[in-house]
Design a protein. Structure first.
Length: 233
């Protein structure tokens, strides 16, 4: 990967020059891809992630949107404290490092920091992990290997990955191989050689899985026990 940073009007863009050639801010707008008839759908969630078809392959365009009560008056603006500390540039660098170390995370393509005075708006382009489904779609399935998921999560934690929002939509399961991928690394951390305590992340994941677990699904307690057995193995 060859990270390069360019400036276009009020925007700064960091991108992989081995894959893209001087991307413009329009590439971070869903309207642009819709006009190119290259908008392929969207991911579940707050509506911030879209699937787009690029010349280099399928990608995910994610706008940084606020959640909770703050979103009532500020949907997409963040306080600017420097380019390197902006959320998209930090996530781009985090993904670049984890990808280089062989972790199953999306490869970053480009990140946008569009500054306006004291605030900025942001977006990120990554390669799409496909074919894959979020863990949400496997909740309650009797044939899903929860022990394998537990082992995969333990590998991330032993590698020093701290995920700020480990939930059933930020874990992807590859359709063909069953490999576990993690996505959405906004506000996350990576400290190689420094294993993290995953208990808080697992507690968050457990609450998320309960939320999506169908009433007639497989026994939740048994499935979670299998996950923890795999995690502790």
């Amino acid at each position: 990967m060859k990270p390069v940073t360019i400036k276009a009007a009020s925007s700064h863009i960091v991108y992989d020059a081995d894959v893209l050639s001087a991307p413009q801010p329009a590439l971070f707008e869903t309207a642009y891809w819709r006009g190119q008839e290259a908008l392929e759908g969207s991911a579940p969630g707050r509506g911030s992630s879209s699937f787009v078809r690029m010349a280099t392959g399928s990608a995910v365009l994610r706008r940084y949107l606020r959640g909770g009560w703050v979103a009532r008056w500020n949907r997409d603006r963040y306080w600017y404290t420097g380019l390197a500390r902006s959320r998209p540039f930090r996530e781009f660098e985090l993904l670049r490092r984890m990808s280089a170390d062989g972790l199953r995370v999306p490869t970053p393509l480009a990140a946008l920091c569009d500054r306006h005075g004291l605030f900025y708006r942001a977006a990120l382009l990554t390669e799409r992990i496909a074919p894959a489904q979020p863990l949400e779609s496997h909740c309650g399935a009797s044939n899903f290997d929860w022990s394998h998921l537990g082992r995969a999560l333990a590998e991330f934690h032993r590698a020093g990955v701290g995920h700020a929002d480990l939930n059933a939509r930020n874990i992807l399961i590859h359709d063909g191989t069953g490999e576990v991928w993690l996505i959405d690394f906004d506000r996350c951390s990576y400290r190689p050689g420094q294993p993290v305590s995953g208990q808080g992340q697992l507690d968050r994941l457990q609450r998320s899985c309960r939320k999506f677990w169908p009433p007639q699904g497989a026994d939740f307690a048994g499935s979670w026990k299998a996950l923890m057995q795999g995690y502790d193995a």
